[in-house]
Design a protein around this ligand. Sequence first.
Ligand SMILES: Cc1ncc(COP(=O)(O)O)c(C=O)c1O
Length: 407
Amino acid sequence: MRLKDTGVSSQELKDMVSKYMIETYERFDFIAETAKGMYIYDEKGDAYLDFYGGVAVNSVGNVNERVLEAIKDQAADIMHTFNYPYTIPQALLAKLICDTIGMDKIFFQNSGTEANEGMIKLARKYGTDNFGPERYHIVTATKGFHGRTFGALSATGQPGTALHNGFGPLLEGFKFAEFNNLDSFRDACDENTIAIMLEPIQGEGGVNPATDEFMTGIRDLCDEKGMLLLLDEIQTGWGRTGTVMAYQGYDVKPDIVTMAKAMGGGMPIGAMCASDKVAKSFGMGTHGSTYAGHALSCAAAYAACNEIIEKKLPENAEIMGNYFMEKLSTLPHIKEVRGKGLLIGVEFDSDKAVEIKHRCLDKKLLLTAIGKRVIRTIPPLVLDKADIDKAFLILKESVEESYAIKH
Ligand SMILES: Cc1ncc(COP(=O)(O)O)c(C=O)c1O
């Protein structure tokens, strides 16, 4: 939809939003009307350089041609059906994902949080089936983020924040342990713990990568105690960190892994993959969703996942990520630059992140602040060095202005 065809002005549109919508996000003050590749355009045609990537979704670039064609073709054939018939995009996507990431089985969902709900449910069912009804406890990491629905929210290790406050009681059966601290996880697990659930790199928690020793230690701990390793790769999956799934870069294999965001190429879809042994616990009638495996979303995801593989976007994420991180570490007032591939966090030495984000927005660079000190960049994986150079210059200028460094 184009604004000019609606008879509504920019201001009227914004007023409509504040009058009619329940707003839970701070708005960036521009209208995203169209997009292509690395750019989003407003109704005046002004271009915004996209280092936000629709929150790590638009990995194949905004309005990717292959995804667009797949959506058009599939929409003309069939968009949605009830759950019982076979559909072509569902089957092809299931095979592509399982074969690519070395998992046995997949269950499609509609979003990240829903994929995590499925993962939590499957782990609990596996615990009950194999050990009895007491064994349903899950240990997750402090500063983790797993979504906004009740299971995923209860697994989110950020008590006392706006995510949790006022929504109690949350689901029982979750304990938090310190991320990257194996002893803390060992202490938190007992005979009723069925699983450990983690993001390999915490995204919303400030871009905190797990160390290699921690990830292999967690896998060993799970094996030792007969627990499942559940990985939330909603943000890290499908190329962002330099491998298709981040766990492939850690050389560990989860029992269940979730994905969403990038896999859909811009369409809403999520999924949970599991080993045969664990997947068996979801028998007929145990789990479901009207839209799970939606034909149109699956067709878009099939195009997006093929694009990620064929265009070697994980490799590009690694090369460009290293290039960007090297540049970022030359910024003034940096405490730390951390991340993997193109999931990068820059921590500043004082509470400047929000101001820097706004200054970047004024200069038409889109990125996000996490908390008061961290700027996160999660751009489309199709970017090149020229995009990075441009973003870096804007960011540098914005940092200098924020700290009032004069040249
Ligand atoms: C690691 C992780 N898990 C889960 C979610 C929730 O996904 P969704 O917003 O699609 O429900 C997110 C969203 O940012 C995420 O980063």
